[in-house]
Structure formats: structure tokens, C-alpha cells
Design a protein around this ligand. Structure first.
Ligand code: EPZ
Length: 424
């Protein structure tokens, strides 16, 4: 298993080009199941999760071609026919986003058998809302031997559905299903994440009739069929936020390009309160901190968009561990998203965990250590900590990072970080 080896203490300085958003690309890829025509997605990141989903979609009958032009990767996905409506446990357990094939398969094909994803490192993560929403649209759902058996022989019917809690994935699944349902659907308390609006833009380019994506009420008028489209995937706001926090943590000066600062309002507010300087243009974000002035501890609480993203909580904590004063960090989205805490403490961080809240008291120095984490964002928080620590840090199990960060060691090295990958 590959490891990342780094020596901390060098401020990051330079430019990092941001990749297409993983969490937008995955649902967009599943939209191929809604049409027999080719769907082209540009700005696809080079990540393990994209490969896993490509494998799953191929099993359903998708033909997928990858093109690279001027450094931009595009996928063309074409599913003339759904050849198999089963999503097996072997693939779904590798990546929870596989549940997003359920709505499209059911809407176009009238049946689907999708493995239940099961729990994961950050929480139990049920999919009950995906199933309840589809049932409200007339699907018959049975759970059998760890699989969801869903049928809608006469097609799905438009419905009104109010999400009891905000769910990004359930909003995406229902949005895609409703696009091909008979009649009108209204989704209330829908997720407002930029990835939802991006999916809706692509669906509309495919002929779907959607209003209000990006707000808490989405209205969809079902159409009989969708056609192909060419769509540019939006920039990855979590990758942007991660490097922004790495710049602040190391006392660096980094220009993040090809991004969309408008998707990062809550993080920018926190960075500014903590004493970093932030400048945004339409598609760049510059983050710097005078290395002579430490960051200041500030409190943060995760919340659905436009609140502070749970996917940036671990990285924010990595910044706060060497700030002056204390920071109270509350996680409200997932019940077990603090796997980074014990590892950060092994590097000398002073953190007290009380349920969903971590009290971080800033320390003067961190010391490098061999560390590992079982989740993507927890792993990258250890990289940020390693870049600020004295001596050598070895982050094990890099495959978690490869699920969500394209060429992380190359992007950080280009900004002066002493980091390399050791292949075993
Ligand atoms: C998406 O996961 C992201 N994944 C996650 O990113 C992100 O952390 C999460 O949204 C929250 O922003 C993708 O987009 C592929 P949810 P998702 O449904 O859709 C509960 C990363 O690091 N819930 O919004 O699975 C759930 O347990 C990943 O890139 C139910 O109770 O998240 C959680 O507590 C990790 N029942 C909360 O809702 C359901 O049916 C929010 O989950 C569905 C969700």
C-alpha cells in the first residue's frame, strides 16, 4: 500500500489548479442511465472513485470512453440499452455513491436491484430517504438479502416529497428519477449544495424540466425521454478548501485557480476570522498568512450548504491545532467523523472530544509521526498536519486520498512542500 512521506515546516507558495468536483462528477455519470444518447462530461477528475463508478455503469450497459485534450479529461458515456439492472455488493460496498444508480435505473428501466451500501467509517449512513422518496413516487421496494429490490412497471409517478433531514444523495436520486416520471414532482427541504445545481443544469441540457435547483424547493415536470448533452463539471470546492486550509496552516501564499469561490463562503469567513488573508476573483482564490503571525482559534459547526461543509471539518481542525487559543468544532452531519482526532493527538495536538464536539486547544508545535486514517478527508487532514509538523510524517493507506485528491503530492510539491509517495 502506498504511503506519503513528508517533512513539515515549509510554507506553501505557488499556484494550484483545481480539478473537477468528484461529488458532482459521480451523480452526473449516473445520469447516463437516463438516456440512450451519449452524454459527454468535461473536467472529470482522475480519481479512483470515477474508475469504480465506471465499472458499475459498464455492468448496466454503459459504454464509456475517456479523452484527454489539453490536460482536460472528458468522459463520453453512452447507454443505448440497460443490459443489467443489478448493482452488486462487490462494487457498491467500495463506494456508497453507487446508490445513485437506483433512481435512474428505476425511472428508465422500471426495475433495479441495488445492494445496500452498509455503514462506513464516518457513520451508519442509511439510505432510507432515497427509498421513501422513490416509494412516494410509486415504486415498490423490498429489502432482500442485503439488496434493495425496486420495481415500477408502469413507470414512476410525480409526487410531493418533503425530506425530513437534508440529504445530498437522496435529493440527487429523486431529482434524476423525477426527470423521467409521469407528472410533476415537488421536493421540499432539498439539499442546496452546488453539486445539486450542477446536476440539474446537466439534466436540463438533456431536456429535463427543473426549477429551483440550488434552493430548498425543487419542482420537476417529468418528460417522456431525455437526450444527450455536453456538460462541464463544476470545480471541486472541497479540494479548493483543502488547499486553502493547507496554505493557511503552513503560513503560505497560494493562488487556487480554475475554481469557484462563490461555493466557499462559509470557509472563507472562518479563514478570515482566523487571521488569514483571502482574496477572491470570479475563478481564483488566494489565501495567505504571514508566518510570523499564528492563526487564531475560531469555532466552527458543520451544516448543510451554504453552511460550513462536513467535508472540510477535519482539514479545518488540522489548521486549528497550532492556532493560538481554543477552537470548538462541532460535527452535525455525521455521527462518527472524528477519526482524525486520535491520529492528530499522536502528533501532539491537544483535543478533547465530547460527542459531536471537539475542543481544540492550540499547541506551539506538532511532531511528525506515522499516521493513518480510514476516510478520505481525515487522511488529508493528516497531510495538512504533516506539512506543519517538525520532522517526518508518514501518512499510510494513501488509497483513501486517491479516492478524492488528484495528484495530491504533485500539486503540493509544486508549491514547495517536501512530500513524496513511496510505493510498496
Ligand atoms: C454526500 O454524501 C457526499 N458524497 C459526502 O462527501 C458529503 O460528506 C455528504 O454528502 C454531506 O455533504 C457525495 O456527494 C458522493 P447525505 P451523502 O445523504 O449524499 C443522513 C466526501 O468526503 N441520511 O447528505 O451520502 C446521513 O447518514 C463524502 O467526499 C439518512 O439518515 O450524504 C447523514 O447523517 C463523504 N438517510 C446525513 O443524512 C438517508 O437516506 C447527510 O447525508 C440519507 C442520508
Amino acid at each position: 500500500m502506498d504511503r506519503l512521506v513528508m517533512r513539515g515546516g515549509r510554507p506553501l507558495s505557488g499556484k494550484i489548479a483545481i480539478s473537477g468536483a468528484k461529488n458532482a462528477a459521480l451523480p452526473l455519470m449516473t445520469a447516463t442511465l437516463l438516456t440512450q444518447d451519449p452524454l459527454t462530461l468535461r473536467n472529470i477528475p482522475d480519481l479512483a472513485d470515477i474508475t469504480t463508478l465506471s465499472e458499475l455503469l459498464s455492468e448496466h450497459g454503459a459504454e464509456i470512453t475517456l479523452r484527454k485534450q489539453d490536460g482536460v479529461r472528458s468522459l463520453t458515456l453512452s447507454t443505448p440499452k440497460i443490459t443489467c439492472a443489478v448493482a452488486s455488493y462487490d462494487l457498491v460496498r467500495k463506494m456508497r455513491a453507487s446508490i445513485l444508480v437506483l433512481g435512474p435505473l428505476l425511472a428508465r428501466h422500471g426495475e433495479a436491484k441495488v445492494s445496500l451500501p452498509g455503514g462506513c467509517a464516518i457513520g451508519t449512513r442509511p439510505v432510507d430517504l432515497h427509498l421513501k422518496g422513490l416509494e412516494a413516487m410509486g415504486a415498490k421496494i423490498e429489502l432482500e438479502q442485503g439488496y434493495v429490490n425496486a420495481t415500477a412497471p408502469k413507470g414512476l409517478q410525480g409526487a410531493s416529497f418533503r425530506f425530513p433531514i437534508v440529504s445530498v444523495g437522496a435529493t440527487e436520486n429523486l431529482l434524476m428519477a423525477a426527470a423521467l416520471a409521469h407528472g410533476d414532482t415537488v421536493l421540499e427541504n432539498a439539499a442546496r449544495e452546488p453539486e445539486i445545481a450542477d446536476l440539474a443544469r446537466c439534466l436540463m441540457a438533456m431536456g429535463a424540466r427543473i426549477e429551483g435547483a440550488g434552493t430548498e424547493t425543487i419542482r420537476i415536470k417529468g418528460v417522456a425521454s431525455l437526450h444527450g448533452a455536453d456538460h462541464l463539471v463544476l470545480p471541486d470546492r472541497i479540494e479548493t478548501g483543502t488547499y486553502a486550509l493547507a496554505a493557511a496552516a503552513t503560513g503560505g501564499d497560494v493562488l487556487l485557480t480554475q475554481t469557484d469561490p462563490e461555493t466557499l463562503g462559509a470557509l472563507v469567513d472562518l479563514l478570515v476570522q482566523a487571521g488569514a488573508e483571502v482574496e477572491a476573483t470570479r475563478d481564483t482564490l488566494r489565501v495567505r498568512r504571514d508566518p510570523a503571525r499564528r492563526l487564531i482559534g475560531v469555532d466552527a459547526m458543520t451544516a448543510p450548504f451554504p453552511g460550513f461543509a462536513t467535508d472540510l471539518q477535519a482539514q479545518f481542525m488540522a489548521c486549528m491545532i497550532t492556532a493560538t487559543g481554543a477552537s470548538m468544532i462541532s460535527e452535525t452531519i455525521f455521527e462518527n467523523r472524528f477519526m482524525h482526532v486520535p491520529e492528530l493527538m499522536r502528533m501532539g495536538a491537544n483535543i478533547n472530544l465530547h460527542g459531536g464536539t471537539a475542543l481544540v486547544r492550540g499547541v506551539d508545535v506538532l511532531r511528525g509521526a506515522p499516521v493513518m486514517a480510514t476516510d478520505l478527508r481525515a487522511s488529508v487532514s493528516l497531510v495538512i498536519a504533516g506539512l506543519t509538523a517538525q520532522d517526518e510524517t508518514v501518512v499510510n493507506r494513501v488509497y483513501h486520498l486517491d479516492r478524492g485528491y488528484e495528484r495530491i503530492e504533485a500539486k503540493l510539491s509544486a508549491c514547495g512542500a517536501d512530500i513524496s509517495r513511496v510505493r510498496d
